[in-house]
Design a binder for this molecule. Structure first.
Ligand code: SF4
Length: 479
């Protein structure tokens, strides 16, 4: 079965925050693998909301179902029942809207010389254009505009030796950020780039099978036991009863994406060996030490900043309150009012508690400021509700540089902190004051060191050289 309906999901509203570009979940050796992969993807929905897909294998037949939409919209009881097999890999993706993106949903699957290969990728390859140009000159015909397809073509080219040799040879050519799952009829492979930009963890399912997923929250939902992270630079091959690791690259300095800890990952996940909830709370505590402020209460704009706000409140002794209430039932699109209504798009999601805010000195805790446009309207809505003073504390440093490793950061020019100093940003947002956590403070909250992380969107120190000459024409990022 190959189901691939050509419908377009409702377009998402413009990006308010940096967005993930994908989550992956693979199940090996479980009779109900597609259902478990579905649950894993369900837990990883925050990493991509525009499309979802699962490829499954029974050892004889490889089946795929993917479409635009949320995991719960793409799969039904019927489709999951039809995806029979003991191996599955699944993918959730964020992509820009547009008809062409139905082509770019994942997992990607090809059949070459009778071998079926599927891939699901989280991250971004920095040398994909150069590789694609070379492969096209050598005769490869691409089905999509995704960088992940380059991997499939490289593997198909290297298929003369053993599967392990083909994997080693193909992956040595690839540069960038990739936490990836691959599948053949009888094998699942988990691959993490040598810098380890994106997380990837391995767990054991209670029947003896295995799960590999972007975050540990996916393991929790299927009651799998966390075993370990797939190591940076590891290719983990699951075949028969065996797990085999190979390391095709020379050992490199790790470059974990610190933004996973600041904002992207779910707070109930452990990322890079540390719990996200506790890390964000510590960021708030250190922020309170670095930037003491007088105020009547501390508040987040739910849910950004929730955990840093708890930390700031506990450290400073200033009470934590919810000055705005979130409507949890706002869909991805909603019908707009026919006449102009002040702050409508802000209030439909977050409504200020007017009687509570009246005359108060408010300290907002935010996890990040990217473009600043959302923050500006939110601050204005607090002023309109009668707040006397509005201060903002951000639990990371100013985000001044784009990400080339799989996160949808706007271009440099769109980043409010690239073109403005902190006092100018405060003025733009309509704040009485604005403070950011220091880079040292942010790293200290993780309990690790600056050498463990990629910090490029804060300090422009890019661990893997992005190919900027190609970047303007870059392929669609896979996820
Ligand atoms: S540039 Fe920023 S968002 Fe991108 S990988 Fe590095 S820390 Fe993460």
């Amino acid at each position: 079965m190959t189901t691939f309906s050509q419908k377009l999901a409702n377009p998402s509203p413009p990006s308010l925050k940096p967005r993930h570009e994908c989550g992956v979940c693979g199940i090996f050796n479980h009779a109900d693998s597609s259902r478990l992969a579905y649950f894993g993807l369900y837990a990883l929905q925050h990493r991509g909301q525009e499309s979802a897909g699962i490829v499954t294998s029974s050892g004889e037949r490889v089946l795929i179902h993917k479409d635009m939409g949320l995991v719960s919209e793409v799969f039904s009881e019927e489709t999951l029942t039809s995806l029979e097999g003991h191996i599955s890999i699944g993918h959730v993706r964020y992509s820009t809207t547009g008809a062409s993106n139905i082509i770019n949903t994942q997992p990607l699957m090809i059949t070459h010389k009778g071998i079926t290969l599927a891939v699901a990728h989280n991250g971004n390859l920095v040398n994909s254009i150069a590789l694609r140009n070379r492969l096209e000159e050598e005769g490869s015909i691409f089905q999509t505009t995704m960088d992940s397809e380059v991997v499939l073509h490289l593997l198909a080219r290297a298929a003369n030796g053993s599967f392990e040799e083909a994997l080693t040879s193909a992956f040595r050519e690839i540069k960038g950020a990739f936490s990836m799952l691959m599948m053949t009829k009888d094998t699942m492979v988990a691959i993490r780039d040598p810098n380890g930009f994106r997380p990837l963890c391995l767990g054991k399912i209670n029947n003896g099978g295995y799960i590999v997923a972007s975050e540990t929250c996916a393991l929790d939902l299927v009651e799998a036991q966390y075993l370990r992270d797939v190591a940076p630079g590891e290719l983990l091959i699951c075949r028969g009863d065996e797990l085999k690791s190979i390391y095709p690259w020379e050992k490199q300095k790790t470059s974990f994406c610190i933004f996973e800890n600041v904002y992207f990952a779910r707070p109930d996940s452990d990322i890079f060996g540390i719990n996200v909830y506790e890390t964000r709370k510590r960021m708030g505590q250190i922020l309170a030490q670095e930037c003491p402020m007088e105020g009547d209460f501390v508040m987040p704009f739910p849910d950004s900043g929730n955990y840093a706000a708890i930390g700031y409140s506990q450290e400073s002794g200033i009470p934590l309150e919810f000055g705005v209430i979130r409507n949890h039932y706002v869909g991805r699109t909603f019908i707009q009012p026919t006449q102009s209504m002040r702050d409508f798009n802000v209030r439909v999601k977050l409504n200020p508690v007017r009687s509570f805010l009246e005359g108060k000195r408010v300290i907002i805790i935010e996890d990040s400021i990217i473009r600043g446009t959302t923050g500006k309207s939110r601050v204005q809505s607090l002023r309109n509700a009668g707040a006397a003073e509005v201060h903002m504390m951000v639990s990371c440093p100013p985000t001044r540089h784009p990400c080339y490793y799989g996160i949808d950061f706007p271009s440099r020019e769109e980043l409010v902190a690239y073109r403005n100093e902190v006092d100018q940003i405060a003025q733009y947002l309509g704040l009485d004051s604005l403070y950011y956590l220091s880079l040292e403070g942010m790293v200290r909250a993780t309990g690790m060191t600056v050498d463990d992380f990629c910090l490029a969107c804060f300090n422009a120190d890019y661990p893997v050289e992005p190919d900027l000459s190609f970047h303007k024409n870059a392929l669609d990022k896979s996820g």
